[in-house]
Design a protein around this ligand. Structure first.
Ligand code: 2YG
Length: 272
């Protein structure tokens, strides 16, 4: 599980407006529209909802990441949902949120980052939600994924969320993971849902064959820039970004990558 660093997130609150305009340029969707698309919810239904949302700092394990709960709350407020950060942390924060009438809780320890709807019991996990949100973005950038070959790098929680969304968009999925057993586990899960997945074992060969990519792994420079062409479209939820810096400006208009925004927005829409 990647642990964000303070400088991954300290710009988020101040740049949400420009982030959203860039997202619209790339996908045709605002962050709220993209998250609604990702979970298949109607925007009009969602925009009328006014749940009380609490974001709770958690000090356990490696503890607080400076700016984390503030970044999460700023994304939720940017989406038009009133979110507040509890004064207390941990169990005290949960108690405070419930006593102040929160309907939805956001909190993260070292292993799980979850959104919980106290009324419905629905729980959204950041990994699966991030994978789903990024594939919705890829689908918009490609103007549909049906029958198109997509290479998924990384078969962890984000990769599995991405694979399930790729299956729903009826893409032709190939998966590569450094750990072949992880690819096999993901393929088995998709097959249970009646969806075939091709397992790639040679990354060089796979990257030469694909120009629609989902990089859901935490490896740096996993995609060397010589694989990038003007046809490459890359949805990259993995942190840090997996392409060499020389490749970034070439692909920038066709690259989705952010530390929290798409994942948090999709979590909210999943539990609303
Ligand atoms: O409340 C706090 O400040 C800390 N307990 C937050 C710790 C979050 C640890 N998890 C991560 O940094 C990431 N898994 C979060 C999501 C990354 C998005 N791709």
């Amino acid at each position: 599980m990647t642990r964000l660093k303070e400088d991954d997130i300290n710009e988020i609150a101040a740049t949400l407006a420009s982030y959203d305009s860039e997202l619209i340029r790339k996908t045709g969707c605002s962050l709220l529209e993209l998250a609604s698309h990702a979970v298949g919810r109607d925007l009009n239904e969602v925009q009328g909802m006014t749940p009380r949302v609490a974001v709770i700092p958690m000090t356990c394990g490696q503890g607080i990441i400076e700016g984390f709960v503030q970044a999460v709350a700023s994304i939720l407020n940017h989406l038009g949902f009133k979110a507040w950060i509890t004064e207390s942390s941990d169990a005290g924060g949960v108690a405070e949120a419930v006593q102040k009438g929160a309907e939805i809780l956001f909190m993260a320890d070292d292993d799980r980052f979850v959104a919980i709807n106290l009324r419905t019991g629905v729980v959204s996990d950041n990994g699966a939600a991030t994978g789903r949100g990024y594939v919705a973005g890829l689908e918009r950038m490609c103007d549909g994924l049906e029958g198109k070959d997509v290479l998924l790098l990384g078969a962890g929680p984000v990769g599995l969320g991405a694979a399930l969304a790729l299956a729903q968009f009826r893409a032709k999925i190939s998966v590569f993971d450094l750990d072949r057993a992880a690819s096999e586990r993901l393929a088995k899960k998709l097959e249970k849902n009646g969806y075939a997945v091709m397992i790639e074992t040679n990354l060089d060969f796979a990257l030469k064959q694909h120009h629609l990519l989902v990089d859901a792994c935490p490896a740096e420079n996993i995609i060397a820039s010589h694989y990038l062409t003007e046809r490459t479209i890359l949805a990259a939820p993995g942190i840090p970004l997996g392409i060499e810096s020389v490749g970034i400006e070439q692909i920038a208009p066709r690259l989705l990558h952010d530390p929290l925004q798409i994942g948090v927005a999709t979590m909210l829409l999943q539990v609303l």
